[in-house]
Write a protein that binds this ligand. Structure first.
Ligand SMILES: Cc1ncc(COP(=O)(O)O)c(C=O)c1O
Length: 286
């Protein structure tokens, strides 16, 4: 069966979805995207994903001609058209064609594309034994406006992830120009210190991850100690446990960072408990 995509409001075969060479997403990375995971035909935390997407579109003055309701309907159509129930769903919006060079003035014909593909996860042993990570070879800026959005401009993330892969690791962790641990190339970072879960605040210049929000909610619901607080590399390396989150990988324990072993046991007790609670939430569709 030929893959179907949602392209500017219609489900069409992938082959017939074509974008102009003048599209600003192509020319400048002028757009945003959203990565979501469907379990049993339903996207986990869909409202949070669409709220972030619509808020970023507004903040970046990207014209979005579809509302949340239409996008939700399109997800159902797309899963059905591709005969999928567990899937990786990617929604992208570009400013499209229009305007003069970098100017935001003028008329634009935005491009919206959504794909649904079979979900191929991370190796299972990563969840049992932990993934390796490295620190990125360059700093991020805490006040970069792009980092707060899932912008279509992922060059720094691509370079950092590639650097990690060249060193045999699965993820690169960014430290910002103030020496604060920020986030991974495709994930948010958490540490466990004296039994408390700590994650960097949004002010260090990170994406407000949907999974990050779920983990903070799970900790609060359980009455477990958790807080948003900036920390540097020394605390990262000395943490009892370190884990990463994103909508596709869920909660990923780290075994080492820059070849420094993390904690006594991987996954650590708190990470392990959160992994179980997260899985329960996804299977209950909460
Ligand atoms: C840079 C960055 N930070 C954090 C995340 C985690 O976001 P979410 O939990 O919404 O998937 C991602 C996801 O891809 C990301 O690319």
């Amino acid at each position: 069966m030929a893959e179907q995509v949602w392209f500017n409001g219609k489900v069409v075969p992938l082959k017939s979805a074509k974008v102009s060479v003048l599209d600003r997403g192509f020319l400048y990375g002028d757009g945003i995207f959203e990565s979501m995971r469907a379990y049993g035909g339903r996207v986990f935390r869909l409202d949070e994903h669409l709220t972030r997407f619509v808020a970023s579109a507004e903040a970046l003055r990207l014209p979005l001609q579809y509302g949340k309701k239409q996008i939700k309907g399109a997800i159902g159509e797309l899963l059905e058209a591709n005969d999928l129930s567990d899937a990786y769903i990617r929604l992208a919006l570009s400013r499209g064609v229009g305007g003069q060079r970098l100017s935001l003035e003028g008329e634009f014909r935005p491009t919206v594309v959504m794909t649904a593909r079979p979900f191929t996860g991370y190796p299972r042993e990563f969840y049992r034994q932990g993934m390796m990570a490295v620190t990125a070879g360059f700093h991020t800026s805490p006040d970069s406006p792009a980092l707060r959005h899932k912008s279509a401009n992922y060059l720094a993330n691509i370079l950092a992830k590639n650097e990690a892969e060249e060193k045999g690791a699965g993820e690169a962790i960014f430290v910002n120009a103030n020496g604060e641990v920020a986030e991974g190339a495709v994930s948010n970072v958490f540490i466990v210190e004296e039994g408390a879960v700590v994650t960097p605040p949004l002010s260090v210049g990170i994406l407000p991850g949907v999974t990050r929000g779920v983990v903070l909610d799970l900790c609060r619901e359980q009455g477990s100690a958790c807080r948003e607080e900036a920390f540097g590399l020394a605390r990262l390396f000395q943490a009892e446990e370190v884990f990463l989150t994103n909508s596709l990988m869920e909660i990923m324990p780290l075994a080492s960072i820059d070849d420094v072993k993390i904690g006594e046991r991987v996954p650590g007790e708190i990470t392990h408990r959160l992994m179980g609670l997260y899985r329960e939430a996804t299977s209950a569709g909460r």
